[in-house]
Design a protein around this ligand. Structure first.
Ligand code: PEP
Ligand code: MN
Length: 356
């Protein structure tokens, strides 16, 4: 079966009853309409079998249909066309209220250690990053390490510690899942489930996180093209979960002498022109060096990033993973103050979570 992806754009002011009638008719045609209510217009994304279908035939269903367009890109539901040019919001409930990621919202800051090391460090970090203005706590329970002899994370028990830190701070939590077998467990605890760079093309994992309800933070593979990232995202959307946040975290280039990775900030305007999904930047893995993080975080906000992920540790010198790129509490507080200047200049900053 050849899959068809088209969008039906409704005229402004289309009556609700007519939209329902069209939806029902499209279903009779064997199509699955997905209604997307935009600011100005309603559009319906259609997935189905093309064998007997002609866009012009669809157009004749109702005089309220403005146009029927084929989505030409290889990534369909991820494309900006699929939402008729409107950026989506990924809204995540947290104990402190809903937090929205997206082009039309303030920048959302995610901060915390590379790994969850013990209860006191994760709770202490949660409180510190919350006080400085972060909305989410990050922390790895399952760690993808280059060496099998490096610290692998505390696994399931670390999920409980994250839950304790969530209760203690009111922050939402985000943590990585590496294995399909752990998806149910991780999504039960996490407010956002992370798929790391090394798993960006683990298609079994993408399908599994696409079949659960929690938002997915998808990191760009270190050798992945932008189309590779968008196709990886398409796996998640095609499996039924449209709450995806795309994250640039640095790619491998020829020069690794001074930085761990090359942070591709040009991806921000590029993705903005290709997809409706929110865009995050991780300058910690992107540079690998703590002192290079503040300028790149500021640049990311100036370039239009919707979210930042920053590694913070109570004592970076003693961190079990990624100490050299982690901020101290003081360092993170300073970054947040600097970011607020840029964030306000581009109209993307909310002080509501800042209590210092
Ligand atoms: C992480 O966020 O700790 C991590 C391992 O990131 P990445 O997958 O980008 O390397
Ligand atoms: Mn890390």
């Amino acid at each position: 079966m050849e899959l068809l992806i088209m969008i039906v754009v409704m005229k402004v002011g289309s009556p609700e009853q007519e939209i329902e009638r069209i939806e029902a008719e499209l279903q009779d045609w064997g199509l699955t309409p997905e209604k997307i209510v935009g600011k100005h217009k309603i559009v319906m994304g259609l997935v189905g079998d093309t064998a007997s279908l002609d866009p012009l035939q669809l157009q004749d269903i109702s005089p309220w249909i403005e146009s029927v367009l084929r989505v030409e890109k290889p990534y369909k539901k991820t494309s900006l066309e699929y939402r008729n040019g409107e950026y989506s919001s990924v809204v995540v409930p947290t104990p402190s209220g809903d937090v929205a990621f997206g082009a039309n919202h303030p920048v959302v800051v995610i901060a915390g250690p590379c790994s969850v090391e013990n209860e006191s460090m994760i709770i202490e970090t949660a409180k510190a990053v919350k006080a400085a203005g972060a909305s989410f706590l990050r922390g790895g329970a399952f760690k993808p390490r280059t060496s099998p002899y490096s610290f692998q994370g505390h696994g399931e028990s670390a999920l409980e510690l994250l839950a304790a830190a969530r209760d203690a701070s009111g922050l939402g939590i985000i943590t990585e899942v590496m294995d399909t077998a752990d998806v149910d467990k991780v999504s039960e605890f996490a407010d956002i489930v992370q798929v790391g760079a090394r798993n960006m093309q683990n298609f079994a994992l993408l399908k599994k996180v696409g079949a659960q309800d929690k938002p997915v933070f998808l990191k760009r593979g270190m050798s992945a093209t932008i189309d590779d990232l968008l196709m990886a995202s398409e796996y998640i959307l095609a499996a039924g979960n449209s709450k995806v946040i795309l994250c640039e975290r640095g790619i491998r280039t020829f020069d690794r002498k001074y930085v761990r990775n090359t942070l591709d900030l040009a991806i921000i305007p590029v993705l903005r022109s290709l997809t409706h999904l929110p865009i995050a930047i991780d300058p910690s893995h992107g540079t690998g060096i703590a002192k290079f993080v503040p300028p790149m975080a500021k640049a990311a906000i100036a370039a239009g990033a919707d979210s930042l992920m920053i590694e913070v540790h109570p004592n970076p010198a003693k961190a079990l993973s990624d100490g050299p790129q982690s901020q101290t509490f003081e360092g993170f507080k300073n970054i947040m103050q600097e970011l607020s200047v840029i964030g306000k200049a581009v109209g993307r900053w909310s002080e509501s979570t800042v209590s210092v």
